[in-house]
Design a protein. Structure first.
Length: 496
């Protein structure tokens, strides 16, 4: 090694050694802040990132001396809105820990394999390339390791599994770092197993996530009986320089600052609704007392949800404006008989639009309706197939078409919809839970599937699904003809 290279190596080693208890010092030294390139307009991390890095330093140095402080486990939980730059912070902390601790064990996991691979771990690659010490390490799709000690000095991207949680168990390594990204979606058993690693002196455990539900282990970091073990931070996206402030302003305008949507996605605080129930009892009560007015001029939607198996019900209902009625429920009918019964409803109700769940055996009912000519009225197609797995119209908010129509139904119920006093309907409306899933880079609402509901002993919400389907089609309002006229005309009613 040339003398100049030796001097450079020694200088880099000395600077990193000075960063042993100071991750902010490492981040400021290692990355090219303010220099031409990706960080040209960035002079330092965001304020909240600086705060977290300093909290780690303070926790490492807390106590009568550094050795005493290092005996205590460090737990930090960060709940936040969207777009704050948490994956960048995770990358810096991984880099700092590997650079300053010999032969460490670093385990990084996330809500799912896609989040871990496409966001968390990919961000580490970006900061690796920019770092002063990048020549010491190699990044791969699942491992980030020291070139001289690839088998004993590394960080690993580990998708979690309730069936194989051993990667999160206790370890005999001296230096341990565990990071959860999107921690609210990591199963409780993984948290329990990770607790075993807390017996290692000086272990650091960081949990980042959106406060999307007020149950579970991530929630307990902030509100549980063990919360005092955690250093807690709740980050409002409006205070972060990289968050999309235009989008945030639109969310607040659309949903209200104290809505659960904004509380979770922007403010980083717990939702008000019970657990992760999608429709609450308050909307059920409102629908049981609300009386629709002027619905007669609205288009009439006749809807059929076709049962797929077992005790599930095929349910038919009709909605006109803000009035919903359940017409019939059938169990165990073969498709030809179900079609005949539904045609009787078409004849009696004379709907402006027919909506049928076309998934599974519902497709056979659709085919029979078409074959018998009930897909048209006065030469105009009035039959619409519904497919819950299709892409939603609002891809920034909903995971699929089913979640979107449930969302539109909930919006309508907030304004007021007259519904029958039907205990089965009420139970079905409140039954599905929801969560947030990442799709095309966005966290969107994902409604619990019928299969998952049945796995936890909850009946398929057939009565509510058919109600939600009635919002999948939008039509212009029917305008009564003027006196002496035979024309009907149309207005601008959009099916709500």
């Amino acid at each position: 090694m040339a003398e100049s290279d030796e001097d450079e190596y020694a200088g880099l080693m000395e600077e990193i050694a000075l960063s042993y208890n100071d991750p902010l010092r490492y981040a400021m030294f290692s990355f090219p802040w303010g220099e031409p390139g990706p960080l040209e307009k960035e002079l330092e991390p965001d304020e909240w990132q600086i705060d977290i890095l300093n909290e780690i330093r303070n926790a490492l140095l807390r106590g009568e001396d550094a050795n005493e402080a290092m005996l205590a486990a460090i737990r930090i939980a960060i709940a936040s809105g969207h777009g704050i730059g948490k994956t960048a912070l995770i990358a810096w902390i991984i880099k700092w820990f590997l650079a300053t601790r010999p032969f460490p064990q670093v385990v990084v996991t996330a809500s799912g394999a896609a989040q871990l691979t496409n966001k968390t771990w990919r961000e580490l690659a970006k900061w690796h390339r920019m770092s002063m010490d990048s020549h010491w390490y190699t990044w791969t799709a699942t491992k980030y390791y020291h070139n001289e000690y690839p088998d004993t000095w590394f960080a690993a991207a580990v998708p979690w599994s309730e069936h194989n949680p051993d990667a999160f168990a206790g370890t005999h390594e001296k230096h341990v770092l565990i990071i959860y990204d999107e921690a609210q979606a990591i199963a409780d058993p993984i948290w329990s197993v990770t607790e075993g690693a807390m017996t290692t002196a000086g272990v650091i455990w960081l949990a980042f996530g959106n406060y999307s539900k007020n149950t579970g282990r991530f929630h307990e970091c902030f509100a549980g009986k063990t919360r005092d073990r955690w250093i807690r931070r709740q980050i409002d996206s409006r205070t972060c320089k990289h968050a999309n402030q235009v989008q945030i302003a639109e969310w607040i305008n659309d949903y209200g600052e104290d809505s659960d949507f904004v509380r979770v996605r922007v403010r980083g605080i717990a939702p008000r609704s019970g657990a992760n129930q999608f429709i609450g009892q308050d909307l059920i009560d409102k629908g049981n007392t609300y009386k629709a007015d002027g619905y007669e001029t609205a288009p009439k939607f006749l809807v059929l949800d076709v049962a797929r198996f077992g005790t599930n019900k095929s349910v038919a209902g009709t909605r006109q404006g803000r009035k919903w009625r359940i017409l019939k429920k059938w169990i165990g009918l073969p498709t030809d008989q179900l079609t005949d019964r539904f045609i009787e409803l078409i004849e009696s109700e004379q709907p402006d639009a027919i909506i049928i769940d076309g998934d599974g055996i519902g497709g056979a009912v659709v085919d029979l309706i078409v074959r018998k000519g009930y897909d048209k009225k006065n030469g105009k197609v009035i039959l619409y197939e519904f497919h819950g797995a299709e892409a939603p119209q609002d891809e920034l908010m909903y995971y699929n078409r089913r979640a979107e129509c449930w969302g539109w139904m909930r919006d309508a119920m907030r304004l007021g919809v007259e519904k029958p006093a039907d205990p089965e309907l009420d139970a079905d409306l409140t039954a599905p839970e929801y969560t947030y899933a990442t799709k095309s880079g966005h966290d969107v609402i994902l409604l619990e599937s019928k299969k998952d509901m049945q796995a936890r002993g909850i009946a398929s919400p057939d009565n509510a699904d058919v109600f939600a389907m009635s919002y999948s089609v939008k039509m212009a309002k029917k305008v009564p003809p003027k006196q002496g006229s035979t024309s009907q005309g149309s207005g601008t009613f959009m099916g709500n």
